[in-house]
Write a protein that binds this ligand. Structure first.
Ligand SMILES: Cc1ncc(COP(=O)(O)O)c(C=O)c1O
Length: 362
């Protein structure tokens, strides 16, 4: 058998790429992945099962996903022709980078922010530049960074801004985001994965800016399992991303469920309101614990730091209490920080009790 060094055939030097590894711990209160703790109301589930009975699994889906796009259009007030569904917004982030990245291009991402921007870009060999956020995790651009970002040629550079940002939970100042949309000589992608838990969005800027992309997802409002994201942009961007996107990227099962969910968004809203209420309650409770620094959040999670406790030990101790959160122990800027997803009120209470117990025995 001939010998081939597979490493030499790789597109990207593996030392430059990283993976999104999430540990799996059965039988814990799962507060690590920013999912909704609430299942869909029984009535919606019944409608979903009825619709699934009609789904023709022997056929490919409608390649244009026209009905689904029309329902998304109604929900967000943007033309169906200018909306693309994706297999989660992760797939759309990849499609954006495939379309607009490439040799000599730079993908800008704030630091800290959603890890997948970097991971996906790096997996394709892109040059990634991290824009350091200020101490309160805002986009406070120095003249140096302005020079670096705005003096690029128009050749398809990219910036991803998650608003609200993950894992910090805050919304960047609108002035800074609008400045970037206007000044950045490339594609600006505003990822609104957590917009349902915030008070504002950037949809109103779409008609004015042909370089703007908005991402939405159903993952955070009770449908993470179906993997359904949406990309909203002007017609030229849509046309080019459509060329890159795989045909039939949404399966019929997910398409069917998403159509029912979008038609019943009103019935999903109470769970969103409940999560916001739980978040504000949990924030207040955590703020009153001296050894904890918790950051305000416009999303469905809270970033926090436990002073005077070794991060890895704290993670293990919380796990022993049956609670899984997301730790950032190995990441420079967020070393010692954790992100807890807002669960049901009971789950939040369990987390809080676990936290207090660990602190009292420290
Ligand atoms: C900012 C941000 N964008 C996108 C995603 C991924 O969303 P989806 O489940 O639609 O792929 C996440 C998931 O945590 C996220 O935090």
């Amino acid at each position: 058998m001939k010998s081939i060094d597979i490493q030499k055939l790789l597109r990207v030097d593996p030392s430059q790429a990283s993976t999104y590894d999430l540990p799996v711990f059965p039988k814990v209160i799962k507060l690590d992945a920013n999912e909704s703790p609430y299942e869909l109301p029984a009535d919606i589930m019944r409608q979903i099962f009825q619709s699934l009975e009609q789904a023709r699994l022997n056929r490919y889906p409608d390649p244009s996903y026209w009905e689904l796009r029309q329902m998304a259009a109604k929900e967000w007030g943007w033309p169906a022709e200018q909306i693309l569904p994706g297999n989660g917004s992760d797939e759309l982030i990849q499609a954006i980078i495939v379309t607009f990245g490439g040799a000599g291009k730079t993908v800008f991402v704030p630091d800290p922010s959603f890890a997948m921007y970097r991971i996906i870009a790096k997996s394709m060999g892109e040059n990634v530049e991290e824009i350091p956020l200020s101490d309160d995790f805002d986009l406070a651009l120095s003249d140096l960074w302005r020079e670096r970002m705005y003096s690029l040629s128009q050749a398809g550079h990219l910036i991803f801004l998650a608003v609200p940002n993950n894992p910090t939970g805050n919304c960047f100042s609108r002035l800074a985001v609008e400045e970037i949309i206007e000044q950045f000589p490339g594609i600006v992608c505003i990822d609104e994965a957590y917009v349902d838990f915030a008070d504002s969005n950037y949809l109103d800027l779409l008609p004015k800016h042909p370089n703007l992309i908005i991402l939405r997802t159903l993952s955070k409002i009770g449908l993470a399992g179906i993997r359904m994201g949406f990309l909203l942009a002007g017609p030229v961007i849509i046309q080019h991303i459509n060329r890159v996107k795989l045909p039939y990227n949404i399966n019929i099962l997910s398409e069917t469920v998403a159509k029912v969910a979008l038609s019943q968004k009103e019935a999903i809203k109470p769970s969103i309101a409940q999560i916001k209420q739980n978040r504000d309650w949990l924030y207040e409770q955590m703020k009153n614990i001296g050894a904890v620094r918790v950051y305000p959040s416009s999303a469905n999670f809270l970033l926090f730091k436990v002073r005077s406790l070794e991060a890895e030990k704290f993670f293990e101790q919380l796990l022993a209490e049956g609670i899984l959160v997301r730790g950032f122990s190995s990441q420079g800027r967020l070393r010692g920080h954790f992100r807890v997803t807002v669960g049901t009120r009971e789950e939040c209470e369990c987390f809080l009790n676990g936290l207090k117990k660990i602190l009292s025995s420290a």
